[in-house]
Each structure stands twice: as structure tokens, then as C-alpha cells.
Design a binder for this molecule. Sequence first.
Ligand code: ZN
Length: 351
Amino acid sequence: MRGMPLPISLLRWLRSRLLMGLLALLLPSVECASVQAASAAPPLSVTQVKPGVFVHIGALEDWAPSNGGDVANIGFVVGSRCVAVIDTGGTPAVGQALRDTIERTTSLPVCYVINTHAHPDHMLGNVAFSAGAPPPQFVASARFSATLAARESYYLNALQREFGMHLTRAQVIYPSIAVEHSLDLDLGDRILTLQAWPTAHTDNDLTVYDRRTRTLFASDLLFVQHLPALDGSLRGWVCAIAELKRLDVATVVPGHGPVSLDWPIVMDAQDEYLNGLLRDTRAAIQQHLTIQQAVDRIGIPSGSHWLLTERFQRRNVTAAYAELEWEDDDPKSPVGSSACPQQNFGTGSTS
Ligand SMILES: [Zn+2]
């Protein structure tokens, strides 16, 4: 990963903390919740990976109080007119810390907050951006809202139970712009192309591509070092990877793991893992193994170096089995780009 860490002005940070502490005493509502939560969080470190493209790398751990919920890669892109935020982190405090960092970096307003999918580690910081003047527009896949609505109670309970943070339903911020296929956002002399994907890592994955620097925020369509976590469609994800590999990318920001310039080779480990999971699960089903037997037998290939395997491997096999158990296709047919529906990435059409 290249680039310069941002200089942090301790004095300005302390002053902003003091101001926010006073605000917390005065304001009882949304601002108060995010400000209180923020007081526990240190400033968020970001790296400028390309001119105007800033990334914060989350811990390679599960979403937990021990890391403050700061486990997803999040970032922002600065145009000549305004700023786009790409994911807001796993708690309101992480979101507030990101907002603080943006305000120290540029005086331009945040005009868009983009959510790459409705997993809590990527979007529970949204509330920190909801009180801008004017507030930004929130953008996500057209399928994001339904998925978030189905899980909202669980997320809020987990936040309360595990992090001791209270968030009301009104503070779970939903998108005002829904992307059905693709959408270009103009930040001023800088176009971001957003692409909503068929079900892959989740049913509402969205990638963000900065045309000026050919930087792709792949989000959780790409895991590096962290074992991929399946919550959508294994076959769909394999297809999405085949499609992604065709893109003209200079720098890729995965959802978890370090930024890479090694495109598309950086996709290979995940590609191998997911294709192996597909092959092994199909074989288990053909051998009439039960789901429990499949979960017990299908392990991580020896020689691979994935982290968090204890947390995610059994879950992945369970999800893969449930998906593949009733598939109509000839199980021996290869899954490659030829078997995948065609995407039209980067056409720039608005929908
Ligand atoms: Zn995710």
C-alpha cells in the first residue's frame, strides 16, 4: 500500500472533542447519541492511497467491542465540489471518528454517503453523517433497504447488548438513492461509478469505482487475508469475481484486508477458496452427506493462510449446502464466466 499517512493535529482534535462534549450536554437527540458514542473513539487513521482517495483499514477481526466494531475498510473520495463517503464503520462512534477525520482533511461538504451492503460493520456509522447541513444523500443498492429492514432489530440489539450503545430505529439511516444497476456520481471533476451486483457476498452488494485513479472499492466482494464470509450466493459470488477481474483497476480496496495494487492477482486466493467450497459442497451433496457431515468434513485447504476460519468456515459450508442442495444444473458443469449472466459494468447509465 502506497501513500502518506495524514498529519493529525492534536490541538484541533482536542478542540473538536471539547466542542462536541458541550454539544452533547445541550442536544438530546440524534447528534447527542453519535457524539456520546464518539467520545470513546480515538481519531480514525486514514491513508491517501491515490490523490484524493482516503482509506481506513479495519482490524482483521470479528465485529466486537474489543475492537470498537472497527473491522471494515471504509473511506472517502474528494472531488472539487464535495466528498463521497464509502461505508461508515461498525458503530456510530466509528462513523463520527471518520467524519472528524474528513473535516480535518477538507473543508468541502460530504454530499454522498455510499453503503456497499447492509452488514453492520459497514453501515452502523451512518447516523454520524445524518446531521450535516445540508445532510448528504445516502446511496445503496436497490435491495439494501429490504435486507436492512429485516435485520435492523438484530443489529440494534447487538449494538446495545455487546457494545453498550443505544441507537433508535430512527437513527438507522436508510438510502435516499437506490441503485438498480449502475449510477455515476459527480463530485466535481471526479466521477464515481457505482455498480449494484446480483446476489454474491450478500443480496445487495455495491462497488464504487473512481474513474480518475482507477481505484475500485470492491467492499466485501473481495476479502484479503480474512476468510470470505458467505451471506448471499456462492454461485453468484464466483460469477461476480469473474466479472470483476475484467475491470481496468490500478488499486483495489477490499472490504477486509490490505489495499492492493496487484490486480487481478489479488483476487486469486478468494477465487480458489470459493471454487473449492463450491466443488467440495457439491461433492458432499452427491455423496448424500447430511449438512452436519458436510460441515464437519469440509475444511480449509491445507497451505492456505486465511484468518478467522474458526468463525466463518462452518457457517460458509452451511450456507453453501443450503444453496446447492436443490440446484437444477448439472453439478459437473463448470461455473465460470460463460455460465454467468452478463453485467454491463461502467456504462455510466443512471437508474
Ligand atoms: Zn459484509
